[in-house]
Design a binder for this molecule. Structure first.
Ligand code: NAD
Length: 354
């Protein structure tokens, strides 16, 4: 056993069908009396349901959460929170909504209860990415982690298949990088392998039966584990590439992760054989070939495979490779700009690694 450091992060998790009904108790347990409900325009109805459950404990609903947490949206929400004397937030939605909750924790010290409805995995992490003037910056602070996370499987039954797949692959990417993280430890690695297994087994079922309750439950359980991994250890090339591409070309978050995933696995395969073995095993293969197992999951679930299909310009490849090679995150395989360029060309064209 190699030496390791393990730091458990505090966060209360309430998981299950219908667990949204426990929201009022959770709000009470945190001593909140004037809650601001956060969501997106698309999920305003679910936001209203949450407000109704809270009754007089909800003082205002803010429905404008936006991808990549723009600072001007946070400023509007913070002014409203101050005006209404909110003492905490309840965020219902994906990573964008939970990101807004974290930004309000940062700005105004408001504690957050997060109710994730995708598999993106922001809810268990102390990480906040914000955008201002087209530049995305990421910070980490333990105070940003939501105090309580309510995982209610019923809220995910209507997540469209395409988003379920890309968001699930986004979750798997967190676990993949946790398995070869420089600061990995045995507990997080167990969670990572189990998270990949759970999400990886659920996604093909959801493609056939999107409202299958046990596959939804398995996917959400796996997403929780993957989120814990993201919040526990350092991420490497894969997250750096996705962060760079998202920031520079405004590419959609989950789709970008899905496309890059098998390519970053190939890049790191030789330097991280144990991680690849565990990824393959988690996906039901015994050949130790993690990248092939990931590529075959992407194919089986009809995930997007080409950056060119999601808005990446071909003449942006060199710039992206340059950005990704600058201030790189630690990575098992040293970062080589020429190799990154090749990786991005393949990902742009949709040439899946074999
Ligand atoms: P999202 O939160 O941007 O949601 C995309 C759209 O899907 C929104 O319109 C949302 O309302 C809708 N949606 C969410 N759940 C739904 C459901 N069950 N049914 C129907 N529609 C639903 O997408 P995302 O992929 O969850 O999150 C991406 C964002 O999260 C990015 O900004 C990313 O940077 C951030 N993120 C942050 C972390 C972190 O740790 N800081 C981790 C992962 C992702």
């Amino acid at each position: 056993m190699d030496a390791f450091l393990y730091n458990a992060a505090p966060c209360r998790v309430v998981f299950g069908d219908g667990s949204l009904n426990k929201l009022a108790d959770e709000v009470e347990a945190l001593g909140l009396k004037r809650v601001m409900v956060l969501t997106t325009p698309h999920q305003a109805g679910q936001g209203q349901d949450v407000a109704d459950l809270l009754g007089s404990r909800c003082v205002v609903q803010f429905n404008d959460a936006t991808m990549h947490t723009p600072v001007d949206v946070t400023s509007r929400a913070a002014s409203l929170a101050e005006e209404c004397k909110a003492d905490g937030t309840v965020a219902i939605g994906g990573g964008s909504t939970i990101g807004l909750g974290k930004a309000l924790t940062l700005r105004a010290g408001l504690p957050q209860i997060a109710i994730p409805t995708t598999y993106a995995g922001s809810e268990m992490t102390p990480i906040l990415g914000q955008t201002e003037d087209g530049v995305k910056t990421t910070m980490k602070d333990d105070a940003l982690r939501p105090k309580t996370v309510i995982y209610d499987v019923e809220l995910t039954l209507g997540l469209p298949v395409g988003m379920s797949v890309t968001s699930g692959l986004n979750a798997i990417a967190h676990s993949m990088e946790a398995l070869y993280a420089q600061d990995r430890n045995p507990v997080v690695s167990l969670m990572a392998e189990e998270g990949i297994r759970a999400v990886g087994s659920a996604l093909p079922v959801l493609c056939e039966k999107p409202d299958d309750p046990s596959a939804r439950s398995e996917a959400l359980y796996g997403a929780w584990l993957c989120s814990l991994c993201l919040g526990s250890v350092g991420m490497s090339l894969h997250h750096k590439l996705c962060h760079t591409l998202g920031g520079a070309f405004d590419l959609p978050h989950a789709e970008t992760h899905s496309i890059i995933l098998p390519h970053s696995a190939v890049y790191n395969a030789a330097a991280a054989p144990e991680a690849m073995d565990r990824i393959a095993r988690a996906l039901g293969k015994d050949d130790g070939n993690g990248p092939a197992a990931l590529a075959s999951l992407a194919k089986a679930t009809g995930a997007p495979t080409a950056l060119r299909d999601i808005g990446m310009p071909e003449d942006g490849i060199n710039h992206a490779a340059d950005l990704a090679a600058r201030n790189p995150y630690w990575n098992p395989t040293p970062i080589d700009q020429v190799e990154i360029n090749k990786l991005l060309k393949n990902a742009w064209a949709g040439h899946l690694p074999s």
